[in-house]
Design a protein around this ligand. Structure first.
Ligand code: FES
Length: 332
């Protein structure tokens, strides 16, 4: 059961491509726009195998200025089908979207902000960087991707930020050095990051190793990609005497719901809130913990996992969904 799911009818007004594999979608909700803060997102209903699923996308411009909800979607041919569905849409098509939600709140309290974007993770940081700049705050935006062609919004950001925008093209050997970058920050600076799990963990590890407060490390997740490729795997739900297979393009949480297992709570579906955690009684293969709820140390025990994003690679799972413990996540 979800704690919320409210979707409103909307219309796709226009699309345009802004980088290799990144397309902007302008969406107009039928019953009007809601105000939102920089870094906010909307949930969009997508159809995968004719079944409704939901994906979250950051709003990349202020709807009050553009008159639409503007999102950017990375094409993922090997993904779970949500981006393929959206890329198949054309102007005039109908869809359903949630109101904006702000779970990546921008604070103006710190005198200095470091923003780190990896790939499509630029989407929430684009608006945040511009908002901080217009508020006169000191900031740096570090943006990394495999190639320059895969970077979106660079010209707009460069025009506004100048040399406070720094690009790191990994295909050209340009790597971020989290420790050195954090060492240069003011003691009370805040860090905002959105990108692949490996990038986030590298910065989080360097941040905590330097004694910086966890509450000043702010992150957003997107389409949680893991360390290992997606593979299908078998699941036994011990408390239900139920066996099924989770398809390569399906999450464990979606498979549980499809098989009528309705006692798993969920909310964010991004590995953040910890509501969907379940007991792992046994497994083969390697557990790929893709959440940001548990700390790296907690993940090594392999006794609990977030069903919305985490999965097993080349193995099987035996789980128990009946225990609704209130876990404590976060870095330790
Ligand atoms: S639903 Fe929030 S962590 Fe899975």
């Amino acid at each position: 059961m979800a704690t919320h799911q409210q979707f409103n009818p909307a219309r796709l007004v226009a699309t345009h491509d802004v980088a290799d594999g990144i397309r902007v979608f302008d969406i107009e909700p039928v019953d009007g726009l809601r105000p939102h803060a920089p870094g906010s997102h909307i949930d969009v209903e997508v159809l995968v195998d004719d079944r409704p699923q939901y994906r979250s996308f950051s709003l990349i411009d202020n709807a009050a200025e553009t008159g639409v909800y503007r999102i950017a979607v990375k094409d993922r041919p090997d993904g779970h089908g949500g981006s393929r569905y959206l890329w198949s849409l054309v102007a005039g098509d109908r869809l359903r979207v949630s109101d904006p939600k702000d779970r990546f709140a921008l604070s103006y309290r710190a005198p200095e902000a470091l923003l780190v974007a990896g790939g499509i993770g630029i989407t929430p940081l684009y608006g945040m960087a511009r908002a901080l700049n217009r508020a006169g705050r000191r900031l740096r935006l570090l943006y990394t991707a495999r190639s320059r062609e895969e970077m979106a919004f660079v010209d707009e950001l460069a025009a506004e930020l100048g040399d406070r925008l720094e690009l790191f093209v990994t295909g050209a050997g340009q790597r971020l050095d989290p420790g050195a970058i954090i060492n240069d920050l003011a003691a009370d600076a805040e860090l905002y990051i959105c990108g692949p799990q490996s990038l986030r963990e590298a910065f989080l590890g360097a941040w905590l190793a330097r004694g910086r407060p966890a509450e000043r490390f702010r992150f957003e997740t997107f389409a949680s990609s893991g360390r290992l490729p997606d593979t299908a795997f078998n699941v036994r739900v011990a408390n239900r005497d139920l066996d099924f297979t989770v398809a390569q393009d399906q999450s464990l949480l979606d498979a549980l719901r499809a098989h009528g297992v309705d006692d798993v709570l969920y909310d964010c579906e991004h590995g953040e809130c910890g509501l969907c955690t379940i007991d792992v009684l046994e497994h083969s293969g390697e557990l790929d913990h893709r959440d940001v709820f548990y700390s790296p140390r907690q993940k090594t025990t392999d006794t609990r996992m977030c069903a919305c994003v985490s999965r097993v690679h080349n193995g099987h799972l035996v789980i128990d969904t009946s225990r609704h413990a209130v876990d404590t996540g976060r870095p330790d």
